[in-house]
Design a protein around this ligand. Structure first.
Ligand SMILES: Cc1cc2nc3c(=O)[nH]c(=O)nc-3n(C[C@H](O)[C@H](O)[C@H](O)COP(=O)(O)OP(=O)(O)OC[C@H]3O[C@@H](n4cnc5c(N)ncnc54)[C@H](O)[C@@H]3O)c2cc1C
Length: 481
């Protein structure tokens, strides 16, 4: 059942800063532009708005990111950009047909150009107990705090690496929660090494310092060069065991274990580009660890290896929100030029300025991304019996048994063990499975990655087919003997 079909000039998938930049640029060039997102409003992960229907308690403030988001939402509303929010895109085919599922059923668009601005996926390196209730991702905690105004727990341990750590700890405190401890895989020396890059965005660096100071003055202990060893207990009563890790490689050093009582553990080990759509389209990808992992091969304006396909923002390499917006604008302008839209002189000037600004802001973003890079020893330290693919309950031992039995790349491991075949389609476990396989086959390029498959997001088959009678199903004629 196809309820709605349309052929916009430009479809932008994802309404974070990159998608908003692309849509505004496309519309400014006169393209019939549609922006699609599964969220109820634009903003993406960083500029996420309060969920519609919720009201802020009096005196509460969502902070500067939400205010930037409000400005971007106003720009979208004031410009000729059609918006289709609350739509999960579950398939994109080679002819750039885009299929989505919304509250009112399926929708299909056939744009002449597609900008993919789908952002990032959070990486969590498994440890014993990571699937217990009460353990959630750092990034997921930001969604709870920003969109739902819900604390991840009454007393939460915040663990992992990168600047999201201190941002989440600060926001939990600001929302009235307690933080039992901040457990940082990095050490002070790693933060110092990132300083030259961070200094390129002094405003951001100062904001981070302010958060760190607020967390310290709240009496929250911060353990540098520590990681989660194990979590035990049940919902509401967790025991979080932490251990020291070696500086560069990130594995547990066997030092003194420390335990914290908490009812929530928020943990994240970095971000990796969300490349499900470009994988599904069989675009060319390259492996760039400093950019977060596999990224689609693109030129400076986001043109991918398939005509009229563009990638912008963190989905093209982790760099942060400001570069994402600039990159999105460049991709929108590139799409307009490639579709033969005459380019006003002012836009030509803007394109050159955008490229210069992007170059500078990406450098700061990559310094942050480097802090969130996967540490080699971290994956090597996962205990054999720990579940790696939580959708299909596949352990590290199952994956390595498949490799020992002859699986040479990710898709063989997937076929033999079912890891990556569940509802998340390998978004959660893919990076870790790749590292485990890579250790035996000579590196990440050799290990490859899970082949992209529809549906990109879990959808109900009933919603897709709509009401039907079994008698309407065509029965093929029996074949001649
Ligand atoms: C959960 C999360 C929280 C984060 N929180 C912060 C933070 O607090 N502070 C910070 O500085 N950085 C944060 N980051 C990093 C930040 O997201 C990026 O630097 C920045 O937002 C990149 O912008 P973008 O437009 O490339 O992608 P995003 O902002 O991630 O936007 C991508 C958009 O694509 C949509 N999308 C993806 N796939 C589909 C699909 N199949 N169908 C429909 N819609 C789809 C998503 O709903 C999302 O709105 C966070 C990242 C994550 C993953």
């Amino acid at each position: 059942m196809e309820r709605l079909s349309a052929e916009p000039d430009l479809l932008v998938l994802g309404a974070g800063p990159a998608g908003v930049g692309a849509a505004l640029a496309g519309a400014a060039c006169g393209l019939d532009t549609l922006i699609v997102d599964e969220a109820a409003e634009s903003g993406g992960q960083i500029y996420r708005s309060l969920h519609p229907g919720l009201r802020l308690r009096s005196g509460a403030d969502l902070g500067p990111d939400a205010r930037v988001g409000d400005v971007q939402r106003r720009w979208l509303a004031e410009n000729p950009v059609r918006r289709a929010f609350g739509r999960r895109v579950w398939s994109v085919d080679a002819a750039l047909r885009v299929d989505a599922m919304g509250r009112d059923g399926p929708e299909t668009w056939r744009p002449h150009a597609l900008v993919v601005a789908t952002g990032t996926t959070e990486r969590i390196v498994p440890f014993p107990g990571w699937t217990l209730p009460g353990v959630i991702g750092l990034a997921a905690a930001t969604i709870l705090l920003k969109s739902q105004q819900v604390l991840p727990g009454e007393r939460t341990v915040v663990a992992g690496c990168g600047p999201l750590l201190v941002a989440v700890a600060f926001n939990i405190l600001k929302a009235g929660g307690n933080v039992a401890a901040v457990i940082d895989l990095s050490g002070p020396a790693d933060w110092l090494a990132a300083l030259p890059g961070l200094a390129l965005r002094p405003g951001l660096a100062l904001r981070g310092l302010g958060w760190a100071r607020a967390v310290r003055s709240a009496g929250v202990p911060t353990l540098f060069r520590h990681g989660i060893h194990a979590v035990r207990g049940a919902a509401g009563a967790l025991e979080v065991e932490v251990a020291p890790v070696s500086a560069a490689r990130g594995w547990m050093t066997g030092g003194t274990l420390r335990r914290f009582a908490a009812d929530g553990l928020v943990v994240g080990h970095g971000l990796t580009p969300a490349i499900e759509v470009t994988r599904l389209l069989r675009a060319r990808h390259v492996f760039r660890p400093a950019w977060g992992g596999w990224v689609p091969e693109c030129d400076a304006e986001g043109r991918a290896s398939i005509p009229h396909l563009y990638v912008a923002g963190d989905g093209a390499g982790i760099a942060g929100a400001v570069p994402a917006y600039l990159h999105g604008r460049l991709a929108g302008l590139a799409a307009a030029r490639d579709l033969g839209q005459p380019e006003a002189a002012s836009l030509r000037w803007e394109r050159a300025a955008l490229r210069r600004a992007l170059f500078r802001s990406v450098r700061a973003g990559r310094a942050v991304a480097a802090m969130m890079a996967l540490r080699p020893g971290h994956v090597a330290g996962i205990p054999a019996e720990t579940v790696v693919c939580r959708c299909e309950d596949v352990t590290r031992a199952d994956i390595e048994a498949a490799v020992a039995a002859g699986a040479r790349e990710m898709n063989q491991v997937k076929a033999w063990t079912r890891c990556g075949m569940g509802p998340c389609q390998g978004r959660m476990c893919g990076e870790v499975v790749a590292e485990l396989v890579a250790a035996h086959v000579g590196g990440r390029e050799a290990a490859g990655s899970f082949t992209g498959r529809a549906p990109l997001r879990p959808i109900s088959l009933g919603a897709l087919t709509g009401e039907f009678s079994y008698s309407d199903i065509p029965i093929p004629q029996s074949a001649p003997l």
